[in-house]
Design a protein around this ligand. Structure first.
Ligand code: SF4
Length: 342
């Protein structure tokens, strides 16, 4: 049986890594293509410099790196973080802001997208850089990133009684230090018409050490109903440490949903998606969305056709109970909600 640290994270092989704090994980992240290739014993040909690395640097923390199989160029986790030369050439329909989000910004940092809900961009910082990210060119420098600069945003939410739910997004909101996150949640908690707080985060997956006692205390101290939307694309991302962190969140009364992106070479086969859904259910996470890739510059090599996506969903329906089949969706700029494709 696994031994638990004070953070509830099991200690096993590589325990020195697992016992490091989440901040140490971020500090120790690999930020260099050469270093990534050396650590993972990848062939020399992968070390060619590409321009996209400068625009969207490599960023892989040790806890995620430890789940990538060394010397395997086709590893599904590696493909999500490895810059490739294809990023430098994009078809014309791949653009910098595929969801036209800049048109939805009412205050810097707030995207007022859906009736009754606003999305608040809390930070531009992530604990990993996913090469397919639709916000890889987002103007984060215009977003508020301290409690002082959030004030106009909070005032705007306070003034609009129709808003019931705030979505914290980013970047990754859980990269905020606890003091800032606590202050933000307390501020939102004090707005009477708010009922729910949704946090879109990949941190409990990428660096499961982020789910600390302090974080759980903060999340369970608010009257707002907490919903986490995590982001897992492949079952190999869920090791025992991730499973433990998800269990701690779920056992604290937080609703857990997962969204995946359909990615060529990563999860574009029925078996990979079926195994992921089954594992998510074991971890008390609802397989919520399977996203069609947003057409962002630099990510075209990940694209899977919608026809193939529909075929995969049909295969999932034949193999899984209905609650374990994610909704296959696509976002179109300017539309009030996602379009369900299957
Ligand atoms: S964690 Fe989310 S926001 Fe950050 S790079 Fe990955 S997909 Fe983008």
């Amino acid at each position: 049986m696994a031994i638990l640290t004070t953070n509830g994270v099991p200690v096993g092989a590589g325990s020195e890594l697992i016992e490091s704090s989440w901040q140490q994980q971020i500090k120790a992240a690999i930020r260099d293509l050469d270093q990534l290739c050396i650590e993972l014993k990848l062939p020399q040909k992968f070390r060619a410099k590409i321009d996209a690395v400068n625009q969207f640097p490599v960023f892989v923390p040790p806890a995620y790196l430890s789940r990538i199989r060394p010397a395997d160029p086709r590893d599904p986790l590696l493909l999500q973080v490895l810059p490739v030369i294809d990023e430098d050439t994009s078809p014309a329909d791949f653009v910098l802001d595929p969801l036209a989000e800049s048109a939805s910004i009412t205050q810097p940092g707030i995207l007022h997208k859906y009736a009754g809900r606003v999305l608040l961009v809390t930070t531009g910082v992530c604990a990993i850089h996913c090469r397919y990210c639709f916000r890889r060119h987002f103007p984060y420098e215009q977003s508020p990133n301290s409690t002082d600069t959030w004030r106009p945003t909070l005032d705007q939410i306070s003034a609009d009684g129709s808003i019931e739910e705030v979505l914290l997004s980013g970047g990754d909101p859980l990269t905020l230090v606890d003091a800032n996150l606590r202050r933000l949640i307390q501020n939102l908690d004090s707005i009477p018409h708010l009922k729910r707080l949704r946090i879109h985060t990949r941190l409990p997956i990428v660096v499961p050490q982020r789910v600390t006692d302090e974080l759980l205390d903060m999340l369970t101290s608010t009257r707002l109903k907490l919903i986490f939307v995590v982001h897992i694309n492949h079952v190999q991302e869920i090791d025992q440490h991730v499973e433990s962190s998800l269990a701690r969140l779920a056992n604290s009364g937080i609703l857990l949903f997962n969204q995946s992106v359909l990615l060529r070479g990563v999860n574009d086969n029925a078996e990979a998606l079926i195994q992921l859904s089954k594992r998510l259910i074991e971890c008390q996470v609802v397989p919520y969305y399977l996203h069609q890739l947003d057409k962002v510059v630099g990510a075209a090599h990940f694209e899977v056709s919608i026809e193939r996506g529909k075929q995969l969903i049909a295969e999932l329906r034949a193999a899984l109970p209905g609650y374990a089949v994610p909704r296959y969706v696509r976002e179109f700029p300017g539309q009030a909600s996602k379009t369900v494709l299957a």
